[in-house]
Design a protein around this ligand. Structure first.
Ligand code: DC
Length: 229
């Protein structure tokens, strides 16, 4: 069966990574969470005091970019985790501190350039499911399957809150998470470099009222269509 490239883009907290992981597992493809990569760079910036308020010190970051190694590891259960310079930082990159700053770091052109180059290398032999914001528009404009995922901000905030609660984070309120979701939508859609937008040839998946099983079937069906054509 021919191998294809699958690009899954869309708003934050739409369940993109859950659906992408499940799809990759079912079809035996490699899964890449590009949001985690931007989160890893953000953590590096925070640890090295390169963010003041809503400003990234781009000069300092430029001098350091070659010292930032972003890779993925896999634990015994088969779960992927992000490594920053060899350290498993999966837990830290999901916290509110990184979530609050990642959009401004992801808007820095030199960061995007470095991550896009890395992503293209990861996907150069196809057989990949990559999720992010600019995969179908910038990273793999020729991807055979492009999906643009969306859901209402309230539903997305509730999903993110449930995820945090399940990991034992009980301090954050629904309003804070909703604010973070809406703020990230705004920054992601209005940034100068590779803003979040649907590729012209992407299919829209609004999963506000869809179960996980329905969504998985929908994706499998789209995949089958493309590999058997
Ligand atoms: O998918 P996520 O919430 O983990 O993404 C974190 C941030 O990274 C989000 O604010 C947008 C940014 N991002 C991006 O700009 N481009 C990508 N391909 C993936 C994520």
């Amino acid at each position: 069966m021919k191998k294809i490239t699958i690009a899954i883009d869309g708003f934050s907290s739409c369940g993109k990574s859950t659906m992408s992981k499940e799809l990759a597992k079912r079809i035996g493809y490699v899964y890449v969470d590009t949001g985690a990569m931007y989160r890893g760079v953000t953590l590096y910036c925070l640890r090295n005091n390169m963010i003041k308020g809503n400003e990234v010190d781009e000069e300092a970051l430029k001098a350091e970019i070659d010292n930032i190694s972003i890779t993925f590891g896999i634990d015994e259960a088969g779960t992927q985790y992000l490594m920053l310079n060899g350290e498993n930082v999966e837990k830290e990159i999901r916290g509110m501190e990184v979530s609050g700053k990642v959009s401004i770091v992801a808007a820095v052109p030199l960061v995007r350039e470095a991550m896009v180059a890395l992503q293209r290398k990861m996907g150069d032999s196809k057989g990949i499911v990559m999720d992010g914001r600019d995969i179908g528009t910038t990273v793999f404009p020729d991807a055979e399957m492009k999906i643009f995922v969306t859901a209402s901000p309230q539903i997305r905030a509730q999903r993110r809150l449930d995820e945090m609660r399940s990991k034992g984070n009980n301090e954050v309120t629904f309003e804070e998470v909703l604010f973070n979701v809406e703020e990230r939508d705004r920054i992601d859609q209005t940034r100068a470099v590779s803003p979040l937008r649907k590729a012209d040839d992407a299919l829209v998946l609004d999963n506000s009222n869809m179960s996980l099983a329905e969504q998985d079937e929908w994706l499998m069906n789209e995949f089958q269509k493309r590999v058997t054509e």
